[in-house]
Design a binder for this molecule. Sequence first.
Ligand code: NDP
Ligand code: 2IT
Length: 444
Amino acid sequence: MSYVDEVYERVVAQNPAQPEFHQAVREVLDSLRPVIERNEEKYRKEALLERITTPERIIMFRVPWVDDKGQVQVNNGFRVQFNSAIGPYKGGLRLHPSVNLGIIKFLGFEQVFKNSLTGTPIGGGKGGSDFDPKGKSDREVMAFCQSFMTELYRHVGADVDVPAGDIGTGAREIGYLYGQYKRITGLYEGVLTGKGLTYGGSLARKEATGYGLLYITKEMLKANGHDLAGKTVAVSGAGNVAIYAVQKAEQLGAKVVTVSDSTGWIYDPDGIDVALLQDVKEVRRARLTEYAKARPSAVYHEGKGVWTAKCDVALPCATQNELQLEDAKALVANGCIAVCEGANMPTTQEATEYLMKNGVYFVPGKAANAGGVATSALEMSQNSMRLSWTFEEVDAKLHDIMVNIFKNIDSAAKEYGMAGNYVAGANIAGFLKVATAMEAQGVV
Ligand code: NDP
Ligand code: 2IT
């Protein structure tokens, strides 16, 4: 059996009932075959693939807090410190009822390669909890965040592990987490990114994932002879990534006709009104039905279906495995030419294969959504220097980083005889830097 297959079987056997983690590992290992085959004995002797698929450390803890009725609630807390070969652990905290260890491991594993692609010195990690911030009062969210940090603080630090936002974790949660870290440790340091602008946050971090997604989408289309301007775009999600993807797509001359949330989706043929979307989601924390009420051109559909809308470019920005084989078929039938992932692993393996076989340009999340964590690394730099760059300075650096990521994944794919296969390009380019650093540092 090949070394790649051996390691995949080991991962499945040792991590039972973690399908998302298996899926993420499978995609990466499949792409790495040509790289591993060139040096199979060396990698096998070093057990490099066993090491890179095993987190350096997993922290799991109890998070007790008191709700507004005086009832004690208990949630599960996680931090997976996956790989520190190229820098301190870095990655978001997800707060969603679906969170379990397998999901955090898949996200931490993806983060290792994504962070490597950014070209900045950050390792990979991820954390979170099955706490659901939806419908909770600000006081309840604060009680949860303070309890969560009361355990997490001993495992993180500006040069150790630097968490940030993800699904369910936005500016409010980061603020409460930061306050509790400072209170316990007495340290005013860049232990979290995505901070508010009054206490060490970076301009353009909030916009960065969505903006970066559009910068790389535009670059990839240009390299293949297409122009983003004038294209019709379908976006899923209505959170941090989706909102700023819509805003940048419109600034670049495309028309965005959809957004979605966990209950339904909007079709707006006049183009999504991003100011209204921000008001509904960022200010009122309401459902998309409120968007439809305020906008006569918009139609609200209950449930799934966002990928049935006719579009040239699809940008899944909600959650894992939201774009399935039937969705891929609908996109191809409607003439979609590109899918670029704003979310982490939003496209199932079968859907990805179908899209690529049918000539749809496909940029995987670890490249396409890397602008968020890249700008987190810029926030860390500014915190270390104790200064702040302007919005334009950060945005220009983000743009350069995304253009470079595209160049690197494009040339890695070409070097291994798979021109245009950006999945392979991203996995190979991300892997090589981490593997080289691990080899240099010996058996650790
Ligand atoms: P938010 O919490 O701000 O928004 C998430 C959006 O996706 C919401 O509209 C939410 O709907 C929807 N959603 C979440 N879970 C589900 C589900 N199970 N089914 C259907 N819809 C769902 O998160 P972000 O925008 O920050 O994150 C979106 C994706 O992007 C995630 O995959 C995340 O890991 C990834 N990502 C985020 C980065 C960041 O900087 N924030 C960076 C890189 C990747 P509702 O409003 O109803 O909850
Ligand atoms: O998935 C991701 O890259 C994020 N949620 C952002 C992580 C970060 O540290 O900014």
